[in-house]
Structure formats: structure tokens, C-alpha cells
Design a protein around this ligand. Structure first.
Ligand code: N2P
Length: 338
């Protein structure tokens, strides 16, 4: 009898363990994963998704490095995943659990941040470019130099992202964006110093809002934000900066200390379904790296010039090692001196 009770107790504890295990802790970019997709996954699998958001790769990396937050799945950009792989913060993927990888366009896989695709799966791609309210700005705007003009003081919104801002300055000066040195930063500094004084709104979460409200007339934003603006009103035009633009491939990856890698694999494979990925595109119209999902998009979605730009010089970011801290400090200092 005692033995039976013991066995029942063990059984119950195991069940409780299972219930607790049926959770997925997701740490992702804000305004990037639709709630409908999270709900659909929970409905189908019973796995509850706890969703926390960040606004920059640096925020994600510092949280992971500090060991804070036990996440099962994170969503870094390519270069941030490269940093995490170097620092052994990611677990290798079990590709056998991800049959839907076959849906991906090979142009977005096996890229330099993860050449063998051991740790990352592309989620969405995009660019960073200029968006202009053409009812308010009549002068031609082709590059960063045209944006950061004294006449646009307090009429600008830009991403609240230090690596981005420094990159725009480096590109304007014709300096490499991935081989950053103390010298190149010294050259970028006065440019950034002038620029930050002109900006009215720094916002990485929803830079579209300031444009929609008419608080600002132009800016430098994620392409998906510009695509939403274009869908709302064709007066918002997207321009790939003439100096060259940043192309990002944001990925899904499982932290080395994840508690529920099985649920993480299940969720990644779910996101790779064409009909699920299509929902992501509908809500957040970035460049979809899923070829099977792209085949389901409407002609209008594919014709959005911010989601699927026809031309432009695009370059991805790489891990810049120790220089990352110097880049971060440069903009933080100049913003506080504003
Ligand atoms: C989504 C932000 C896109 C991430 N709100 C850019 N890497």
C-alpha cells in the first residue's frame, strides 16, 4: 500500500514536471512576432509561450552574457548570433527536428555568421533605409547626407541603435562598416555629433508612429516599418541610401542554457510552415526568406518597395569583437551631450 502511494506520488510529480515543461520562453524583437502566431502554436501544441521583447541586439547579448533570463529561444540578428556562437552561448540545432528548413530560400542560409547553419535559422530579413513623407519633403533625398541636414532639425526620427548610427556615419565617410578601428571611429565621431543634434525621435520599436502622427517628416528606419507606412499611405517613400545600406538577417537560435530545447525546435519548425510564415509577413512586412511562404504572398505584398527593394547596395554586419563597446559608447556619450 505504502509502495503504491509512493508510486502514485512519483507519477504525479512527473506529470507536474511535464506541465511545467510545456512552456516556451521566447525573447524576441518587439513588433516582429504576431500574437496570432503565438496563439496558433499554443492552440495546436498546448505549449504556452512566455514572450519578452528587446529593442536592440546589444540588449539581447548583454542579457544573455549576464546569464539573466532563462530563454528557450532568442532572435538575434546575424552579427549578434555570430557573437553568441563565438561566446558559446548557443546550442547546436537538431536539424532532424526541423523538416520545414526545406522551405527556406538558400540565399538566406549558410551565411558568414553561421556558415554551416549549425546554430541559426533565418526568421526575417530586411534593410535599414530612409523613409520620406513626400508631402512634406520636396527636395530629393538619396543618401544619409541629404537626411542629416540642418533644415531637417527636429523633423527626423531614427533608430535608437548605436551600431546603426555609427554605420551610417562610416558609410557616409566611405569607411568600412565591419573593420572598425579607433581611427575610423575618431573620424565618425564629429559626424555623429552633428547628426544626433538634429534628431527629434530615437525609436527602434515603432519609428513609424512619429511619421504617421506627423511629428517628423523623414527618418532612417527598419524596412518593415517603411513597408507598413507605404501600406497606410503611398506618400511615404522608401529609399535605399546611396552610400549603401545595412541588410540584416534576423534568426532564431536556442541558448545553450535553454530549459526546453524540444519546444524551441517545435516552435521553429512551426514558424517555417508557409501558411504561418505568411501571417508574419502580413503583420510585419519584412523580406521573407521562406520561399514557400513567399509563393503565398499577394502581388501587392511582393510589390511593396520597402519589403522587396529592386536595387541598392546592401551589406550585412559582422561581429566586430571588442570594438562593439567603443561603438556603443561613442553614441551614448554624444547623445547625453546633446
Ligand atoms: C522589428 C525590428 C526588426 C529588427 N521591430 C531589425 N533587425
Amino acid at each position: 500500500m505504502k509502495r503504491l502511494r509512493f508510486l502514485l506520488l512519483v507519477g504525479l510529480l512527473c506529470r507536474l514536471g511535464d506541465v511545467r515543461a510545456a512552456e516556451l520562453n521566447l525573447f524576441g524583437w518587439s513588433e516582429y512576432v504576431p500574437q496570432t502566431v503565438l496563439d496558433g502554436f499554443t492552440k495546436e501544441t498546448g505549449i504556452k509561450v512566455n514572450f519578452e521583447t528587446f529593442s536592440s541586439n546589444e540588449e539581447l547579448i548583454s542579457k544573455l552574457v549576464a546569464g539573466g533570463g532563462r530563454y528557450d529561444l532568442v532572435q538575434p540578428s546575424d552579427y549578434a548570433a555570430e557573437v553568441m556562437i563565438r561566446q558559446k552561448l548557443l546550442a547546436p540545432l537538431d536539424r532532424a527536428k526541423l523538416p520545414n528548413l526545406k522551405n527556406l530560400d538558400p540565399a538566406f542560409t549558410n551565411r558568414p555568421h553561421d556558415p554551416e547553419g549549425k546554430f541559426t535559422v533565418p526568421y526575417m530579413s530586411g534593410s535599414v533605409g530612409i523613409v520620406i513623407n513626400t508631402e512634406k519633403v520636396k527636395a530629393p533625398v538619396a543618401g544619409y547626407r541629404d537626411v542629416f541636414q540642418p533644415r531637417f532639425k527636429d523633423r527626423l526620427v531614427v533608430l535608437n541603435d548605436n551600431r546603426e548610427i555609427v554605420t551610417w556615419a562610416l558609410s557616409t565617410l566611405g569607411l568600412p562598416i565591419n573593420t572598425i578601428t579607433t581611427e575610423s571611429l575618431a573620424k565618425a565621431r564629429p559626424v555623429v555629433a552633428e547628426w544626433v543634434k538634429l534628431v527629434k525621435v530615437f525609436d527602434s520599436d515603432s519609428p513609424k508612429t512619429a511619421l504617421l502622427n506627423g511629428d517628423v517628416d523623414l527618418g532612417v528606419v527598419w524596412s518593415g516599418e517603411a513597408a507598413i507606412l507605404w501600406n497606410q499611405n503611398k506618400k511615404f517613400k522608401y529609399v535605399i541610401p546611396a552610400e549603401g545600406a545595412h541588410q540584416f538577417i534576423d534568426v532564431l537560435a536556442i541558448p545553450a542554457n535553454a530549459k526546453n530545447p524540444a519546444a524551441a525546435h517545435e516552435f521553429i519548425n512551426y514558424l517555417l510552415r508557409p501558411e504561418v510564415s505568411k501571417l508574419i509577413s502580413a503583420a510585419f512586412p519584412y523580406t521573407n526568406p521562406n520561399a514557400a511562404a513567399r509563393a503565398l504572398l499577394s502581388a501587392d505584398e511582393l510589390a511593396n518597395p520597402a519589403s522587396y527593394p529592386k536595387a541598392g547596395k546592401l551589406e550585412t554586419f559582422r561581429d566586430i569583437g571588442k570594438m562593439a563597446a567603443a561603438v556603443d559608447r561613442l553614441v551614448t556619450d554624444l547623445k547625453s551631450a546633446k
